[in-house]
Every structure is written in C-alpha cells, then in structure tokens.
Design a protein around this ligand. Structure first.
Ligand code: CA
Length: 227
C-alpha cells in the first residue's frame, strides 16, 4: 500500500463541505471518492476499497453510525467521523461506534488533513518482525500479520485501531497504562486532548471481547487482566 496513492472515501451530504473537503484532499495528493448518502457510501466502500473513510454522521438514507457498522462488518477500514458538536462526539464515543478518530465541525482543512495522515501513518506503518509473532493470551489469539483476533476460537472483527489498542494492552498485560500512554503508543498523539477516544475504543473492545478482560483503574487508566 505504501508508495501508492491512498484512496479516501468522503461521505458528506452538504455540498459546500463535501466540495471543500474533496478539493483539499485531491490537492494533497489523495485519490478521492464522494458519496452523499448512507447506501451510496456502503456501495462505494465496497467498490473502491478506500484506505480511509471520512464520514459525516447525519446523512440521508441511513446515518454515519450505520454506514460505519455495515462497512466494518465487511472489511476493517479506518474511519474518521465528522461530528456537528462536541456533545455529539461524546455521545458517539459513549456508544463505541468504532470510528478511529473524530473531528468536530467546523474544522480547518489543515486539521482534517493532519488527522487523516496520522491515522494512515498508524495503519500503514511497518511492523517490526518481532511484533509479527502470533500472541496467545488466555482466551485470546492475535495474529498481527493478518490483523485477526479470535476469542475462544471464534473470530472477532476489530477495527484497525481497536486491533492496535488490544495488541498494546496484551503486550503490556498486567501493567496499568494511562490514557496518555495509550494515546501515544496507539494513536501517535503527543497531546492528551483525545483521551475520550481511548475510552471509546476500550468500550468497543469490551463489547466485542467481553466486559471482564480490560480493567479500569479509576483515575489512572486501563490494564488487561489475563494470566
Ligand atoms: Ca450531514
């Protein structure tokens, strides 16, 4: 994938925003597809196999949450969600919808591009050979090469960020990791403004893998509790 042009699917029904985002991403050297409603977004995700989706929440047809669910059920792809307000971000984070990052409107194009590049860098970064060996911990099996996870032999579909977060928790199992450390390790962020993104992904992992695996250490962070 590296060396090639990254394909980005932009899903936004508001023409002015859609136009501005598409123009900027094309100018930044991305290959861009546009969809203006939920069903078209799911169809485009299937046909153009984007490396990342920029996804508005409120859409005709069905909303961004449903797009996210349907797309992720077919193929894990990073999703950057565009939200209307901070409290909408909080709500989505609470639901653990499986977006890799959130940008609140109004946003600057510079911020959007920076966030897109950060997610792509993370997903595409080369994994050291030592980190490619399968991990087997308690009921969990991780195959970092194929980015697949099983719990009790049953495959569980994780988003790319959920996978990276789980791998980080497993490699440091028994240790308490602060949100800031997880942000830096998993998201490559140096400022701690995005700690609720960590909470959102922990919530999603618990929902998919079972509530008991990841322990909240109140006021500190999270730890994976498997022998
Ligand atoms: Ca909209």
């Amino acid at each position: 994938m590296s060396g090639n042009v990254s394909r980005i699917l932009v899903v936004e029904d508001e023409p002015t925003i859609a136009r501005a985002v598409v123009d900027r991403l094309v100018a930044e050297g991305f290959a861009v597809e546009l969809a203006g409603d939920g069903p078209t977004a799911v169809e485009r995700a299937r046909t153009c196999e984007p490396h990342l989706i920029v996804l508005d929440v409120m859409l005709p047809g069905f909303d961004g949450l449903e797009v996210c669910r349907r797309v992720q059920a077919e193929r894990p792809v990073p999703v950057l969600m565009l939200t209307a307000r901070d409290d909408e971000t909080d709500l989505l984070v609470g639901l653990g919808v499986g977006a890799d990052d959130y940008v609140t409107k109004p946003f600057s194009m510079r911020e959007l591009v920076a966030r897109i590049r950060a997610v792509l860098r993370r997903v595409e970064r080369p994994v050291p050979d030592a980190a490619l060996a399968p991990l087997r911990v308690g009921p969990l099996e991780l195959d970092p090469r194929a980015r697949r996870v099983r719990r009790d032999g049953r495959e569980v579909h994780l988003t790319p960020t959920e996978f990276d977060l789980l791998a980080c928790l497993i490699r440091n199992r028994g240790m308490v990791l602060t949100r800031a450390v997880l942000l830096e390790q998993v998201w490559d962020w140096v400022d701690a403004s995005g700690t609720r993104v960590v909470d959102s992904h922990v919530k999603a992992l618990r929902r998919k893998l079972g509530q008991e695996l990841i322990r909240t250490v109140h006021g500190v962070g999270y730890s994976l509790e498997i022998a």
